[in-house]
Design a binder for this molecule. Structure first.
Ligand code: PMP
Length: 385
């Protein structure tokens, strides 16, 4: 066959030949010319085939899903496949004005793209043990009309953003049973899965998905690099195919160069090496959590309440005797030179809230202590007026 068909640019015109990168350890990894050429050309929408195969074997090793022929689509970060999945769900399952089950509080980046999709948010409360199955059950059992009952649940089950807390395995099992009974698709947005601080990782919804109702979103942003923009969605083939179709018409495929940069390292590490790297990142954040906790105990006792996070990078702090944190955090905290996120941002439906979100990811121990002490000052000053 002589192809005069495709619109591929001629690779002979590309100035790049190969790529070599150096790890923090000093180890040098070379991307072969053949791999580099594949990465430089247009490539499949769901990801470079070898990389997709590697990620599938990671999913099998880590989650042992109860069905075999799951599919996987790489995206430009998990945000990319998350938005595509939701747009697809809205196209297939949710009509304008329909209801969506969403944990509350919720990841602000999801609220940002869900709000314009004009659905109605049905908030499912979370607490120290994550999403509350009693609340979920109650919402569904008392729903007045089966024809309008929600069909999709969005949740961040581990190291919730903003709550820092995780849904326990026992609760996950109950939530999955409820989803089965009411025929609900679970969107499991799990970028903090590998950043669990306990000795073992709590099993995912994907790992218990006997009847193929879970779309699982993974991200490398918190483990390898946020700038490589690599995440992926895993789940039943018919749903993943729709997401791939979405990608075919929107961004064609995620960056081949990013994929090869990541895949060359993962191939070298293999699954064991990846997990042990992820574990070391989790230990890093656990230590930072301890630093933050110590400062919070020292400065905020009696002024605020919190549940120490068991994964991820956030503290969700309730300021006591403060009805609404928004002005305090948006203006007064800025004057005191401490940056926090006011809690109202994370609620699907507008409300006043005493909560603030603090991240312990990038600040040094000294900065954390100073910031927490400034927050304590703010609360005292607000109470005094
Ligand atoms: N979901 C949640 C809960 C997040 O916190 C984030 C990152 N802030 C994302 C998705 C998006 O991650 P990515 O960088 O993989 O797009």
């Amino acid at each position: 066959m002589i192809s005069l068909g495709g619109g591929n640019p001629n690779p002979g015109t590309f100035p790049y030949r190969s790529m070599t990168f150096t790890l923090q350890t000093g180890e040098v990894i070379e991307v072969s010319e053949a791999d580099m050429q594949k990465a430089l050309q247009y490539s499949p929408t769901n990801g470079l085939p070898d990389f997709v195969a590697w990620l599938k074997s990671l999913q099998i090793t880590e989650h042992k899903p109860p069905y075999e022929n799951f599919e996987l689509c790489v995206g430009n970060g998990s945000q990319d496949v998350l938005t595509k999945a939701c747009e697809t769900a809205f196209e297939m399952l949710i009509a304008e004005g329909d209801y969506l089950l969403i944990e509350s509080p919720a990841y602000v980046g999801s609220l940002a793209f869900l709000k314009p999709l004009s659905c109605q948010f049905v908030e499912v409360a979370t607490d120290a043990e994550g999403l509350n199955p009693d609340v979920l059950e109650n919402v569904l059992a008392t729903w007045p009309d089966a024809s309008t009952r929600p069909k999709v649940l969005y949740t961040v089950p581990i190291g919730g953003n903003p709550t820092g807390t995780s849904t326990t395995l026992e609760r996950k099992k109950r939530i999955y049973e409820i989803a089965k009974r009411y025929d609900i698709i679970i969107l499991e947005d799990d970028p903090y899965y590998y950043l669990q601080f306990g000795a073992t990782r709590t099993a995912s919804y994907f790992s218990m998905d006997v009847d193929r109702r879970v779309l699982r979103f993974d991200s490398l942003s918190k483990i390898l690099s946020a700038g490589v923009r690599i995440g992926w969605v895993t789940g039943p083939a018919p749903l993943i195919e729709r997401i791939v179709l979405h990608g075919q018409t929107t961004n064609l495929h995620p960056s081949g160069v990013s994929q090869i940069l990541v895949y060359s390292l993962l191939k070298r590490w293999d699954i064991g090496g990846f997990i042990s790297h992820a574990d070391s990142v989790a230990r890093f954040y656990a230590t930072k959590r301890d630093v933050f906790l110590e400062s919070a105990n020292r400065h905020l006792t009696g002024l605020a309440k919190w549940t120490p996070p068991d994964a991820g990078m956030f503290f969700w702090i309730e300021l006591l005797r403060i009805a609404d944190s928004s002005d305090l955090i948006k203006t007064k905290a800025m004057e005191k030179k401490v940056l926090l996120v006011p809690g109202f941002e994370f609620f699907p439906n507008p409300r006043k809230t005493p909560y603030v979100r603090a991240s312990f990811s990038t600040a040094t121990p000294q900065e954390i202590d100073e910031a927490v002490s400034r927050l304590a000052e703010l609360v005292k000053e607000a109470r005094a007026v």
